[in-house]
Design a protein around this ligand. Structure first.
Ligand code: SAH
Length: 213
């Protein structure tokens, strides 16, 4: 697992590209400058790791485009110490961003291969999530709820009720909603019963899949 000056230089350029596309949160950009994205991908993609693109990972899934990761991270407005639930651990790249922003991260992945691989890989790089589980994100993580923030990194046909229920009052849920194309959607829990919904641009994600059982 090598991280060289060349990689660091490419990361700085990537952060500049993401900033030019409209991301202004300094801490998010700093995370992009510091996380060795090439190590989260298959070595055959190493030369492409610092392009602002999604790439295939195991189990037919993808590592999200850095701009998308930055967009969702900025929208979450992470404060140090926030308790955050992530649905779709995948490669763990987004998880690492949240950890660097100071969050306590709880993450769920439904592909066993990715769950196993990422659970071993993240601590090797020094990124310590509070809890990584193999399971169905539609159900959230009721045993750890409520959360300050919830982020879904797969395209959801609709907003899972369990996730809204597991959000603190004052909390934020960032979720791409739609089938072929997804609209980035923010739900703010204004009170026990009220949510404020705000829609942002269109993005493309692999689908949030229902439990196989
Ligand atoms: N944040 C990840 C994104 C991976 S793609 C990264 O950048 O690497 C989305 C991930 O969501 C995939 O790994 C997929 O297996 C996972 N996923 C899809 N449906 C899910 C579900 N119901 N529960 C948990 N994870 C799910």
């Amino acid at each position: 697992m090598k991280d060289t000056f060349k990689h660091k230089g490419m990361r700085n350029q990537l952060a500049d590209i993401v900033a030019a596309k409209g991301i202004s949160d300094k801490k998010v950009l700093e995370a992009i400058r510091s996380i060795p994205r090439h190590l989260f991908m298959d070595s055959s993609f190493e030369d492409h790791a610092y392009q602002d693109k999604a790439f295939p990972i195991a189990a037919g899934q993808t590592i999200s485009q850095p701009y998308t990761v930055a967009f969702q991270s900025e929208l979450l407005q992470v404060s140090p110490g926030d308790k955050i639930l992530e649905i779709g651990t995948g490669s763990g790249y987004q998880t690492a961003v949240l950890i660097l922003l100071g969050a306590r991260v709880f993450s769920i992945e439904r592909q066993l291969e990715l769950f196993k691989r990422t659970s071993l890989f993240l601590p090797k790089l020094g990124y310590r999530a509070k809890k990584l589980i193999f399971g169905d994100g539609y159900k959230g993580m009721p045993e750890e709820a409520p959360f300050d923030k919830i982020i879904v990194t797969a395209g959801a046909p609709m907003v899972p009720k369990a996730l809204l229920a597991q959000l603190k009052v004052g909390g934020r849920l960032v979720i791409p909603v739609g089938d072929q194309v997804q609209v980035m959607t923010l739900y703010e829990r204004v009170s026990e019963k009220e949510f404020k919904k705000t829609e942002f641009g269109e993005f493309r994600f692999v689908p949030l899949l229902e439990d196989k059982n």
